[in-house]
Design a protein around this ligand. Sequence first.
Ligand code: PMV
Length: 349
Amino acid sequence: MNYQKIEVVSRWQSPSNIALVKYWGKKGLQIPCNPSISITLDKAISDTSMQAIYDENQNELSFDFYFEDTKNPSFEEKLKPFLIHAQSYFKWLQHYHVIIHSSNTFPHSSGIASSASAYSALALNLCTLHEAITGESLPHFFQTASYWARIGSGSACRSVYGGYNAWGESKSIAGSHDEYAVNIDTEVHPHFKNIMDSILIVEKGKKAVSSTMGHALLKQHPFAEKRYETAYQNIDLLMTILKSGDMSAFIQLVESEALMLHSLMMSSPTPFILMKPQTLQIIEKVIDYRNQTAVNVMFTLDAGANVHLLYPEMEKTNVQNFIANELVQHCENGLFYDNKIGTGPSLIV
Ligand code: PMV
């Protein structure tokens, strides 16, 4: 293979996403046990550059990883298996020394999941470098990026596009696949187009149980099969809701998925609880507030204590007042981050 460039740089900014129907449980090489659907955020972003320098004497993977301009050996250890695996496709990797710089627009210890934004940015950079180095253009650029993002972290495969995305094969989603995500924006009613996500930080810092351990615990879970069956049904239901614009059905489904995720954690053979008292206080207040005011606001959770408040943009003033008056007191140091549905990653260089 004749490589075209001696030195190449690529830089992508890529966002995080929040799942509406959750991925929880995997098999084989990062294959989900059920399909999932998420929305991509606009502000929780990883900004990642990759510089690849050709070395004719190099025959194996060689890279440095800097997080916020400081070399980070512990992230390098985590990244190594991913890049080793990526060499099977990005064959040039073994002849190039790669220098990676990454930073997040949200604070590192905010408790906001960063693996989705981080791995989607890395995978997009690999695809851009691949095109520059080999001179070939990838026929399905974003699909390939989604495939490789998935290898890094399952949920990351849904971050390579903006808007609404589905990952995992489902009869109700055309083109859906277990190995990469597809964008489903054309199926989404205008009622759901301008969704906002205010992330209420209940707990900063690292979670007690990683999502890798959480997925593994489903293997011996007594309710696993029932969960997968329900998740498939919820995907069909959500697709119908997204097309129809039925907001109350949307709220009911989104909240039920969040609580089911956490009830699976609490009922696993080695049980664990990621919600905190403040998480439940917020949830109760959200339900009461919605019942009293009829404002369309709902909660969802990822694998942590923080609460994602979802609402249509037209409810912004009401919800922001509600946060300021009722919810901010339950946030660690009063922290919350306003996001809205985003347009997806952008290529900087
Ligand atoms: O991508 P992972 O392995 O970190 O798992 C993410 C799991 C959830 O965030 C709980 C659900 C999801 O679909 O994003």
